[in-house]
Design a protein around this ligand. Structure first.
Ligand code: ADP
Ligand code: ZN
Length: 534
């Protein structure tokens, strides 16, 4: 192992001051920089905004040779390199957006030992040609950014990451540092295994982001709810100029429509998704980074690695597929440490739709089970009556006490005894199945329970059912809330391509009265949270 630091090398702290202009290291940064600086391997789990970049940038400056940074985010390499150059670091990147001439220039600089940092896309690094080229120069370290991309079961899998394990054999003396903001034990294990980092030192930071307020609301007219949220909360100091924010949705279509709607209502909103021309994506990104108060409506393609410290809110208008994804996305708010909000609206349709997507997803049963477990964890977070932060941190293996700042802490959710409505609903499902061998989705079941005489009800003669009209005491929206919560609790399940509702093993306990059902009150609490804010 190479332990030499350049003879006249400055200390890590000097580099921090002189090059980056910062007073002191944060959290584990110093320990990581020192460990990698003397040739140690490291796995770094640090939340978004925690300051991962310095953990490999400073050791690259301290060690002889060039730090090779593997990053999947070609779109961002340019910005990262620019920012480094602006402070006098000799940084370059190699990717497919460059001309042959540009690449030649970068390669010459590397071979001449004139580069401190070189950013490379994973697909490029996995080619034999690139490896042979790198062998002709001197490498200070390998930094593998967004290392969770190596996890086949994770939410960001990139096949090219699998070949990065080979770097260990080819360059046994070059230290490697893998970094990610995804912190579950499973991802951690996979990184260690697949990147041959079993003997690396592990640096696991706290994942708490105390300045972010988590709020999860029940979805009814989501665009209006979003607009209301942006109008009341998306302003600096409450009534100042608009703040920058990111709105996440799952489909391109929703992204486009939502951006249009917000624009029509006076919000400076721009759409961002993988279907846009790359020049348009670059334009959107650059407006977001350089101007104030721009709101980006995006699919998850947006935001990975974007360093904008003053994003005041992250809103989700579709249910994220996993807690990992949700936490990483919400982590893009408030990197400057100022109060910020993570706002999520979710409803019954999210649950039905995502269950269906899982049922239809390619891959084996184990894979679908894993997706399903991801979704269940997300639903549990949404429906919790305890502190959101406690739940989130526990998911990442950290125990904590109620934060006093999330929606459920500020306004403990009112619960009501939903046992009887649950029994009404479940027995309707059972009867339809037993007596007529039929299954239906939420909408039609609600029509039966509320006694709505729709054409479909008449067509099936469902007004003759014993449970017809027995649920008229609840509104349509309240029923949707009951169904959503029963689904989240595993007391009801969806089935097949239309997401029809079926009972589960646990439903029997509710039907027989052995188990009671406690549900959150649906309406009114959004406004109450606002009123309770300091
Ligand atoms: P990550 O990659 O973990 O999301 P970054 O490396 O982009 O985080 O850092 C997040 C922000 O914090 C950046 O604006 C960065 O310049 C700043 N930062 C990082 N380390 C320090 C430090 N020691 N002192 C002050 N600011 C820092
Ligand atoms: Zn809380």
């Amino acid at each position: 192992v190479e332990t030499t630091i350049m003879p006249d090398a400055p200390s890590a702290r000097e580099v921090l001051h002189r090059v980056f202009g910062y007073e002191s290291f944060r959290g584990d940064q110093q320990a990581i920089v020192e460990h990698v600086g003397v040739g140690g391997d490291a796995i770094v789990l640090m939340p978004t905004g925690g300051g991962k970049s310095l953990c490999y940038q400073i050791p690259s400056l301290l060690r002889p040779g060039t730090g090779i940074v593997v990053s999947p985010l070609i779109a961002l390499m340019h910005d990262q390199v620019e920012a480094l150059r602006a402070v006098g670091v000799r940084a370059e990147f190699l990717n497919s957006t460059q001309s042959r001439d540009e690449r030649d220039g970068v390669e010459r600089a590397y071979l001449a030992g004139e580069l401190d940092l070189l950013y490379i896309a994973p697909e490029r690094l996995s080619s034999e040609q690139t490896k042979r080229f790198l062998e002709r120069g001197r490498i200070a370290l390998f930094a593998i950014d967004e290392a969770h991309c190596v996890s086949q079961w994770g939410h960001d899998f990139r096949p090219d990451y699998l070949s990065l394990g080979e770097l260990a054999e080819r360059w046994p003396d070059v230290p490697r540092i893998a970094l990610t903001a995804t912190a579950t034990a499973a991802t951690h294990r996979e990184i260690a295994e697949r990147l041959s980092l079993r003997d690396a030192r592990n640096f696991v930071s706290s994942f708490d982001r105390p300045n972010i307020q988590y709020r999860i609301v029940s979805k009814n007219e989501v665009r209006k709810q979003l607009l209301e949220f942006i109008r009341t909360e998306g302003r600096q100091g409450g009534d100042g100029p608009p703040s920058a924010g990111i709105v996440y949705a799952l489909s391109r279509n929703t992204v486009e429509k939502t951006a249009e709607y917000l624009r029509a209502n006076g919000v400076d909103a721009l759409a961002y998704h993988a279907g846009l021309e790359s020049s348009e994506r670059a334009r959107v990104q650059s407006r977001f980074l350089r101007e104030d108060g721009v709101v980006i409506v995006a699919t998850i393609a947006f935001g990975m690695g974007i360093d904008k410290p003053d994003v005041r809110f992250v809103a989700h208008i579709d249910l994220p597929k996993s807690v990992e994804g949700y936490y990483q996305e919400t982590g893009r708010a408030g990197r400057d440490g100022e109060p910020s909000v993570a706002w999520l609206a979710y409803g019954l349709n999210d649950v039905v739709q995502q269950r269906r997507m899982i049922d239809e997803s390619p891959g084996d049963l184990a894979h679908r089970r894993r997706l399903s477990a991801h979704l269940d964890a997300m639903l549990a977070l949404c429906e919790t009556v305890g502190c959101r932060r406690v739940d989130l941190l526990r998911y990442f293996g950290e125990e904590s006490t109620p934060c006093g700042n999330c929606d459920t802490c500020l306004v403990p959710p009112e619960v009501w005894d939903g046992t009887v409505p649950a029994q009404k609903l479940l027995s309707t499902v059972v009867r339809l199945k037993r007596e007529r061998n039929q299954q239906f989705g939420a909408g039609h079941l609600i029509d039966i329970l509320r006694g709505n005489e729709t054409p479909r009800v008449r067509q099936h003669g469902h007004d003759a059912l014993a449970t017809w009209g027995i649920g008229a005491d609840l509104t349509d929206q309240q029923w949707r809330g009951v169904i959503r919560q029963l689904l989240a609790a595993g007391l009801l399940a969806t089935h097949g391509e239309y997401g029809t509702l079926v009972i589960t093993e646990a439903s029997g306990e509710v039907l027989s009265g052995v188990r009671t059902v406690s549900l959150r009150t649906e309406t009114g609490w959004v406004t109450r949270v606002k009123a309770a804010r300091p």
